[in-house]
Design a binder for this molecule. Structure first.
Ligand code: ZN
Length: 409
């Protein structure tokens, strides 16, 4: 009995001790909160504001607040979505130094350790959707060197790693959809020479090499691109070049003997068969041409029609797409003469559907200055369905597409 009651007594003492301890902790906590509340009331904070402060700030932040005067803006700092605990003194320091600073800017700058004087430019920078934190020093530096530069331009220039003095035309060029950074010097030079041109025209023309006259600055065509090879007045193929995939065309699909690249031929057969289902009849008029054939054609154009005509309608040997086996001139049963093809219902169908088979109208209307050829409603080039569809939808020439999507890739 005695031992039992001793045990019970010890247990009771322990129990009372715990109660007392919990009570004391509770009391002191209550007392601290109570004291802080009283101090906040004294500083002028409302009940609602005090509730927000107590819910959000740490003991360290509380001390900072209690040692300061009432400031409605401190509540805005605390309520900011990016507010971080234990940073209150830094926020307040910055706030006092630059009292026109936006609260969200203060929180952002302090959170990211950006120790810069507050300016309208700095605010515009950090609020720009393309702002990159790691570039901040470069932005500010660029701004220092180009005080008239606007923020959007600065961010664009720095993000593109461009080391050029600021100008509106520079920014407009960089903003262009088909801007290629490696061509920047040529864009600038061309824009200077042609100030009347808009930035989109500058980019299009340079991407198409128009800062060089046709048949100057000639390079070898990249034959590794296969059915995406670009052959034009700037890119040539060797005299010996022939597709290793040439097949003979059936007379069902061509008016005369002809050869085409196998994939090109398969695609054309499909297109011609589908057209026939709509009672539209198309046939190839001219397909693969060897270098010597092209040479003969060009020379005969030259002799019969003169230089301008020959240059506008015929390629010099080594510069004809027909030598790749990927191009063919299409005629209609209604009109064997290619010159009349545009007026036939066949043309209307081919123009709207060729891309679904992988063909593009290679020398479109109004793009003569890019392609270097007069509008040829009959000349189609195989590039595969995906690329043809993109070119059709974006309304680009193959020159423009090649520069932006294929070259150096
Ligand atoms: Zn042709």
């Amino acid at each position: 009995m005695a031992r039992k009651s001793k045990k019970r007594r010890r247990r009771r003492t322990l129990f009372l001790g715990i109660i007392l301890l919990v009570g004391l902790i509770g009391y002191f906590t209550y007392d601290i909160i109570n004291n802080n509340q009283k101090k906040l009331v004294k500083l002028g904070y409302s009940d609602e504001e005090i509730r927000i402060i107590i819910d959000h700030v740490s003991i360290k932040d509380m001390k900072v607040l209690l040692n300061d005067e009432y400031q409605e803006d401190y509540l805005e700092i605390i309520k900011d979505n990016n507010f971080k605990q234990n940073m209150m003194d830094s926020y307040i320091d910055y706030y006092k130094k630059y009292n026109d600073a936006l609260i969200k800017d203060i929180v952002y700058l302090i959170n990211n350790n950006i120790d810069e004087p507050y300016t309208k430019t700095l605010s515009e920078m950090i609020n720009n959707s393309d702002f990159t934190l790691s570039n901040i020093d470069k932005y500010l530096n660029y701004h220092k060197q180009n005080p008239k530069a606007d923020t959007v331009g600065i961010i664009l220039i720095v993000n593109n790693n461009i080391d050029k003095p600021y100008s509106n035309s520079l920014v407009n060029i960089i903003k262009e959809t088909y801007f290629i950074s490696s061509k920047l010097d040529r864009y600038i030079k061309y824009q200077d020479k042609n100030p009347q041109l808009k930035s989109n025209e500058v980019v299009t023309n340079i991407n198409s090499n128009l800062d060089y006259n046709f048949y100057t600055n000639i390079q070898n065509a990249d034959v590794s691109k296969k059915h995406l090879i670009l052959v034009n007045k700037y890119y040539k193929i060797d005299k010996e070049y022939t597709s290793d995939n040439l097949v003979s065309m059936d007379l069902k699909y061509t008016y005369n003997f002809g050869e085409l690249d196998k994939d090109t031929y398969e695609a054309f057969k499909k297109m011609a068969d589908d057209a026939a289902k709509k009672e539209l009849y198309i046939k190839g008029r001219s397909a693969y041409r060897a270098y010597n054939t092209q040479s003969y054609i060009y020379t005969s154009y030259l002799n019969n029609y003169g230089y301008v005509w020959a240059e506008n309608y015929s390629a010099r040997p080594g510069h004809s797409e027909h030598q790749t086996g990927l191009a063919l001139d299409i005629g209609s049963n209604n009109s064997e003469d290619l010159g009349n093809f545009e007026a036939t219902p066949e043309f209307k169908w081919v123009k709207d559907n060729a891309h679904k088979y992988g063909f593009i109208l290679r020398y479109p209307k109004d793009k003569e200055y890019i392609t270097g050829y007069s509008y040829e409603p009959w000349h189609y080039r195989y590039v595969g369905i995906d690329v043809a569809t993109k070119i059709y939808e974006l309304n680009l020439t193959f020159e423009e597409y090649y520069a932006f999507f294929l070259e150096n890739k």
